[in-house]
Design a protein around this ligand. Structure first.
Ligand SMILES: [Zn+2]
Ligand SMILES: [Zn+2]
Length: 265
C-alpha cells in the first residue's frame, strides 16, 4: 500500500466466541480484530482470533491495542505466529488501572492450566505496557473514552492526517455514556459500533454490555459519522440473519462488517 493511505481491514468481527461452518462464510467467525494501516504504522485494534490472519512481517514493529481483556479480544495472542520469531518486536498495549501490572493481568489467563505458556515465554520481543492517552503512534493520535460494559471497555478514536476512525466495541448504549461518546465520535470518517443483538435479544440480555443496530444508527446520526460498520456479531447470528438485518438498515453507508472487508479512508 502507498505510505499515504489510511486503511482498515476487518480480520475478525464475531463477539463473545468464535464460530465456524457454512452458515458463517460471509460475515466470518473469528473474534474481534481490526487492522489499521496509517502510512507506515500498523495498529491492531484488539487481538481476537482474527489476529491469526494478520501478516507476520512489517517494516516497523506493529502495535496491538486492546479495548479490554474479555476473552474474545485476547484469544488470538496465543496463536499469532509473529510471537514465535525471536528477532521481531511487537508492542502490546493493555488498558489497566494504575495499581495493576498489565502483564500479570494477561498472564492470569495465559498460564497453566488454562494455557501452556506465558506470553513472554514465546520468545519474541513482545513489549507489554499500559498506554497513556492521548497516545501517539507515529503520526497516529489515539484518544480514548470508556463506555458502558461489564468491567469497562475503552472506545478509541484514531486520527491520521485529518481523517479518523472511531472503534466503539463492547458498548451498551444508555443516555449518560451516549452524551459523552457522541461528541467523542464527532464527524468521524468511519465508526465501528457494537450491534450484537436484535431488539428481541436485547430485551433478554440487558446489562450484558452490547447494543443493537438501532442504537448504532442513533449514534451514527448524532455524531455525523460518514460511514458505519456494525460489529461484534453474536455467534448465533448466521449469514442469513445478518443479511436480513443489513437489508433493513436502508442507509447507504451502513453495513454489517464482514471478515476481509477493507475500507480505504
Ligand atoms: Zn467482546
Ligand atoms: Zn467485552
Amino acid at each position: 500500500m502507498s505510505s499515504e493511505e489510511f486503511r482498515l481491514t476487518v480480520l475478525g468481527t464475531r463477539g463473545s466466541m468464535p464460530i465456524c461452518g457454512e452458515n458463517y462464510s460471509i460475515y466470518g467467525g473469528n473474534t474481534s480484530c481490526y487492522w489499521v494501516q496509517a502510512g507506515e504504522e500498523n495498529i491492531f485494534l484488539d487481538a481476537g482470533t482474527g489476529l491469526l490472519k494478520a501478516p507476520v512481517e512489517f517494516p516497523k514493529p506493529p502495535v496491538i491495542l486492546l479495548s479490554h481483556l474479555h476473552l474474545d479480544h485476547i484469544l488470538g495472542l496465543g496463536v499469532y505466529p509473529r510471537l514465535l520469531h525471536s528477532e521481531l518486536e511487537t508492542y502490546l498495549l493493555i488498558p489497566a488501572n494504575e495499581m495493576e501490572c498489565p502483564l500479570n493481568i494477561l498472564n492470569s489467563f495465559y498460564t497453566p492450566p488454562f494455557w501452556p505458556l506465558n506470553l513472554e515465554e514465546y520468545g519474541s520481543q513482545l513489549h507489554i505496557d499500559q498506554p497513556l492517552f492521548p497516545l501517539q503512534i507515529g503520526d497516529v493520535r489515539v484518544s480514548c473514552m470508556s463506555g458502558n460494559h461489564p468491567g469497562s471497555c475503552l472506545s478509541y478514536r484514531l486520527e491520521w492526517h485529518g481523517k479518523s476512525i472511531v472503534y466503539m466495541t463492547d458498548y451498551e448504549m444508555e443516555p449518560l455514556s451516549f452524551m459523552k461518546l457522541s461528541p467523542f465520535a464527532a464527524d468521524t470518517d468511519l465508526l465501528l459500533f457494537d450491534a450484537q443483538y436484535s431488539p428481541q435479544e436485547y430485551e433478554r440480555k440487558k446489562g450484558f454490555g452490547h447494543s443493537t443496530a438501532l442504537s448504532a444508527l442513533k449514534m451514527m446520526k448524532s455524531c455525523r459519522a460518514k460511514k458505519i460498520l456494525l460489529i461484534h456479531h453474536d455467534p448465533q447470528s448466521t449469514d442469513d440473519i445478518l443479511s436480513a438485518r443489513e437489508k433493513m438498515l436502508e442507509i447507504v453507508h451502513a453495513h454489517y462488517a464482514r471478515e476481509g472487508d477493507t475500507i480505504l479512508l
